[in-house]
Design a protein around this ligand. Structure first.
Ligand code: SF4
Length: 210
């Protein structure tokens, strides 16, 4: 049984959030007064990223794919249906690809997998046991636990599969960063609050911009 809820399980990006990935020079060459104004137009699908001449083609393409994602609210499963804590390999990742940790709420995992697939982002997506809570609820209920992250890493043999012990946690779980780092001994980076911006965040990371 499912009911409609106003909020999607993964927060849609705001213009301010998206503007974080624009050049921030507010030069006006795109026809908008500021980068944030272009970001707002991009999210309304009234502009295209190639209007910003300061962005290289890789960024333009990824921003276009990001704003094309369906961010409409989803039916929220009140039974907190759980996804197995088995790693998902998205777009044939290799040992250099990022490891993304998320909650084991079925809808969260499905949406994150879709975001990564539809933007062509290579990644390992690792659901960790949160009793089926979404990330925000799991953090609130203290169910987003370092020990479960470590368990999922070990059960999926990720220490052997990655070139570097590094993982990303959702922006909503930033308070858990230190406990996860201490227990897993992985470098822990915090992703954006909006899961829809994860592909842009990962591109910034790959290019050494974080
Ligand atoms: S052209 Fe690019 S850098 Fe200049 S205001 Fe527009 S988005 Fe910002």
């Amino acid at each position: 049984m499912a009911v409609e809820q106003e909020m999607a399980a993964i927060y849609p990006p705001s213009p301010e959030d998206l503007a974080e990935y624009l050049p921030a020079s507010d030069c006006g060459k795109c026809g908008y007064a500021s980068c944030e104004a272009l970001a707002a137009a991009l999210l309304r699908l009234e502009a295209h990223a190639d209007q910003c001449p300061e962005l290289d083609p890789e960024w333009q393409t990824l921003i276009a794919a990001t704003v094309a994602l369906d961010t409409s609210p989803i039916p929220y499963n009140i039974m907190m249906e759980q996804h197995p804590c088995a790693v998902l390999e998205i777009n044939e990742p290799d040992e250099q690809s990022p490891l993304l940790v998320t909650a084991n709420f079925q809808d969260t995992v499905a949406i994150m997998a879709r975001i990564l697939r539809e933007t062509g982002t290579k990644a390992f997506l690792l659901p960790t046991f949160t009793h089926g809570y979404s990330v925000d609820n799991a953090v609130h209920e203290k169910m987003f636990k370092a020990v479960e992250v470590l368990k999922a890493i070990r059960e999926n043999h990720l220490e052997q599969r990655l070139a570097r012990p590094l993982l990303f946690i959702p922006g909503l779980a930033d308070k858990e960063k230190n406990s996860i780092r201490q227990l897993t001994r992985f470098e822990v980076l915090v992703g954006p609050v909006s899961g829809f911006l994860v592909p842009l965040h990962l591109l910034a990371w790959r290019q050494g911009l974080l």
